[in-house]
Design a protein around this ligand. Structure first.
Ligand SMILES: C[S@@+](CC[C@H](N)C(=O)[O-])C[C@H]1O[C@@H](n2cnc3c(N)ncnc32)[C@H](O)[C@@H]1O
Ligand SMILES: [Zn+2]
Length: 265
């Protein structure tokens, strides 16, 4: 995709054998998996690490089983409804690339994704699916102004200024947050007084959602492994005491509500 820019000087990056280079000579090598690290050299080494390999693998194993495919199908339908011939799409905080990969299979598009976690991006790039993946920070997205038709952004921090900058004038931002009943059964096991999510869109100053869609269903987790993988993907994993975690690990299967709130800007 020709909208990726140099994170040091902002000039366009061009492909040059196994690397990408800008006119000022800043050079970023392709890793053997095919991704580019566009953080290298611009931040202190080790200061930004993101999710580790275990988290990336458990996210991959869970999503590959199709548990969140009602959300995937909704995203595909929103994108197809735009009827753009070959839209430029960016998966912001792409994780291990499940959604960008599946959308690329179904929609004729130029797809890129980035995440701050090298482990996530490495797994995403291993899919060799024709999407371009890079390591980058949301607060400084190395993408040209007004170059993207559709940005999607699932369960990740929001950055209004950057999203507005990179989108074309008639571009679309799709952002997904947890709906009020998302994983409620899991929370009932973990906590004495589980709360419902507030479904509020991220706070913004200059852009407003045109539409809010709810995507809701039930999934049956058929093994301890899947229950654990889902739990690790949630913020609760870090907030729950070992004693409360044990309660969940006594289950071999679990029926859980999935409830997503899709905001279209
Ligand atoms: C909950 S995961 C969601 C991943 C993916 N969107 C999905 O739904 O499978 C949040 C992701 O945001 C990434 N992330 C967090 N802060 C970031 C930042 N400042 N810049 C880029 N990525 C970031 C994490 O590394 C993680 O992969
Ligand atoms: Zn440069």
């Amino acid at each position: 995709m020709n909208s990726i820019i140099c994170p040091v000087c902002g000039e366009e990056l061009r492909e040059e054998s196994r690397s990408m280079k800008c006119g000022k000579g800043h050079c970023f090598d392709r890793a053997k998996e095919g991704y580019i690290n566009l953080i290298a050299g611009t931040h202190k080494k080790g200061s930004l690490i993101g999710d580790n390999r275990d988290m990336a693998l458990s996210r991959r194993s869970f999503l590959e089983k199709g548990y969140f495919d009602i959300l995937l199908n909704e995203l595909i339908s929103i994108i197809k409804d735009k009827s753009l011939p070959c839209p430029h799409i960016l998966d912001i905080c792409c994780g291990e690339g499940y959604y960008s990969h599946k959308i690329k299979e179904k929609v004729n598009c130029e797809m890129c994704g980035f995440d701050i976690s090298k482990e996530m991006v490495r797994l995403a790039a291993k899919r060799k699916n024709g999407c371009e993946y890079f390591v980058a920070n949301l607060s400084r997205i190395p993408v040209r102004d007004k170059s993207i038709d559709i940005v999607f952004h699932l369960f990740a921090p929001f950055h209004e200024k950057e999203f507005s900058r990179i989108l074309k004038d008639k571009g679309t931002l799709i952002t997904v947050v947890a709906g009020e009943n998302h994983l409620f059964e899991l929370k009932e096991i973990l906590y004495d007084t589980p709360y419902k999510n507030d479904e509020m869109p991220p706070e913004t100053e200059n852009i407003t959602p045109k539409e809010k869609r709810k995507v809701t269903g039930k999934i049956h987790l058929s093994s301890k492994e899947d229950i654990d993988a889902l739990f690790r993907m949630t913020p609760y994993y870090y907030r729950t005491s070992d004693r409360d975690k044990e309660k969940l690990f006594s289950f071999n299967e679990l029926d859980v509500t999935v409830d997503f709130c899709v905001f279209i800007y």
